[in-house]
Design a protein around this ligand. Structure first.
Ligand SMILES: *Cc1c(COP(=O)(O)O)cnc(C)c1O
Length: 368
C-alpha cells in the first residue's frame, strides 16, 4: 500500500516509498507466526507481575532510565548498570542504533536472510545497506566476505540465533568482525535464551568496546505485549543511547512487568527447557516430512524457538494451513534468499502435533 499522492509531496524525500507496516496477522486458533512464547507466563511470574502493575504509580513520570530494572539486569548478566539501556522493545534499540550511528553517507552491513527491520530502519534513517548474503543452501554466513565488508563499513548488525534461519553466529567470527569494523557491531540476541549456554556475545564485551548486544523480554520471557528490550555495551555507547532516546519511552507499567518477570527468571527455565525439547521434536518431524521430497525442500537446525522449512508450494501450504486448519505460520517465500520458506514457531506440544499433522496432509496433497 503506497502513501497518498498528497503525503508523497509532504514527507521527506527518502520516505516517499515507505509503507504502513502490515503484520499480515489474521485471527487463528493456533498462531505460530511471530515467535512468541506460546506457553504464556508461568503462574508465579504472572501473579508477581499483576501485583507490581497494581502498585505502579501512574500519575508520575516513570524512572527515565529504568534504573531498578537495569540493576536487576546488571546483576543477572554480570555487567554494570552503566552498560545497559532499556528500550520500548528491542526494536527501539535497533532504531536508535541506526539513528545515532547510521544516517546519510554511512553504511550498515547485514547478513540476510535476517530480520527485516534492519533494512527498514536503515531506510528510515537514510543509512546505506551492504548485504552479504548467506549460502542459499546451508544458510550459513560467508565469514571472510563479512569481515571484508565490515572493514569499510560504519556499522553492522548480525542476529544470533538468526531469525529466520536459526543458526548461531560463532563467537570467534564475532571477534573477527569487531576487530575489523572501524565502527560498531550489534549482535541481536533476541532468541539467545533458547540457545545452549556459552553462545552469547556478552562474554566478549570486556575485550571489544565496539560491540553492542541487543536482548528482549518479548521471546523467552513471554512478554511480547509488554514492549521491553535492552542493549548492553560499553558505557560511552550507552551515553549515546541515553542522549538520543525518547526520554520516557519505557512506561512504568513496562518497567514493572519486566522487572517482576526478571525477578522470577528461575520460573521460566522449565518452560524454556520444554520449548527446546519441542524444538527438537518439531525439527525431527519436519525433517521426516521433507526427507522424501526432491531438493531444494529441506529444513535447518535451529537455536531459536522457530524452525525454517523450505517446501514445495510453500505459499499455498501456508494459506491452506490458515484457511483449512486455522494455523498461522510465517510465509517468507517472497523474501530474497528464502524461496519456498515458511517459518514455524515452536509451540506447545499440542500445537506442534497439530501443525505437524496438518503439514503432513498438505504436503501429501500438494505434491501428489
Ligand atoms: C523479536 C525480535 C526482536 C525484538 O523484538 P521486540 O519485541 O521489539 O523486543 C529483535 N530482533 C529480532 C531478530 C527479533 O526476532
Amino acid at each position: 500500500m503506497q502513501l497518498s499522492s498528497r503525503m508523497r509531496t509532504l514527507v521527506q524525500a527518502h520516505l516517499v516509498d515507505t509503507e504502513p507496516y502490515d503484520p499480515m496477522f489474521s485471527p487463528t486458533r493456533i498462531n505460530l507466526s511471530a515467535n512468541e512464547n506460546t506457553y504464556g507466563l508461568p503462574d508465579a511470574a504472572r501473579t508477581a507481575i499483576d501485583e507490581a502493575l497494581a502498585e505502579a504509580v501512574l500519575n508520575r513520570y516513570p524512572d527515565a532510565m529504568a534504573n531498578p530494572l537495569r540493576d536487576e539486569l546488571a546483576s543477572w548478566l554480570g555487567v554494570d548498570r552503566e552498560q545497559i539501556c532499556v528500550g520500548n522493545g528491542g526494536d527501539e534499540g535497533i532504531f536508535n542504533f541506526l539513528f545515532a550511528f547510521g544516517g546519510a553517507g554511512r553504511t550498515l552491513v547485514t547478513c540476510p536472510p535476517d530480520f527485516s527491520e534492519y533494512a527498514q530502519f536503515a531506510g528510515l534513517t537514510q543509512t546505506a545497506v551492504k548485504q552479504v548474503f548467506r549460502d542459499p543452501d546451508t544458510m550459513l554466513p560467508d565469514a571472510d566476505a563479512l569481515v571484508a565488508a565490515v572493514a569499510t563499513a560504519d556499522l553492522a548488525i548480525f542476529t544470533s540465533p538468526n531469525n529466520p534461519t536459526g543458526d548461531l553466529m560463532p563467537l570467534d567470527l564475532i571477534e573477527r568482525l569487531c576487530d575489523a569494523c572501524p565502527g560498531l557491531v550489534m549482535i541481536d540476541e533476541a532468541y539467545m535464551e533458547f540457545a545452549e549456554p556459552g553462545a552469547s556475545a556478552l562474554a566478549l564485551l570486556p575485550r571489544h568496546d565496539n560491540l553492542v548486544v541487543l536482548r528482549t523480554f518479548s521471546k523467552a520471557f513471554a512478554e511480547a505485549g509488554v514492549r521491553c528490550g535492552y542493549v548492553v555495551a560499553a558505557p560511552d555507547i550507552i551515553d549515546v543511547y541515553a542522549a538520543v532516546r525518547q526520554i520516557y519511552s519505557v512506561s512504568c507499567l513496562t518497567q514493572a512487568a519486566a522487572l517482576a518477570a526478571l525477578e522470577h527468571r528461575a520460573d521460566f527455565e522449565p518452560v524454556i527447557a520444554r520449548i527446546k525439547q519441542e524444538r527438537a521434536r518439531l525439527h525431527e518431524g519436519i525433517s521426516a516430512l521433507v526427507a522424501g521430497l526432491p531438493a531444494p525442500a529441506r529444513t535447518w537446525p535451529s537455536s531459536g524457538n522457530f524452525i525454517l522449512a523450505r517446501l514445495p508450494q510453500a505459499s499455498r501450504i501456508r494459506t491452506r494451513l490458515r484457511d483449512e486448519y486455522s494455523i498461522l505460520v510465517r510465509d517468507f517465500s517472497y523474501a530474497p534468499g528464502l524461496d519456498g520458506c515458511l517459518r514455524i514457531t515452536v509451540g506447545t506440544p499440542e500445537e506442534n502435533d497439530e501443525v505437524l499433522a496438518a503439514l503432513a496432509a498438505l504436503i501429501e496433497e500438494e505434491t501428489r
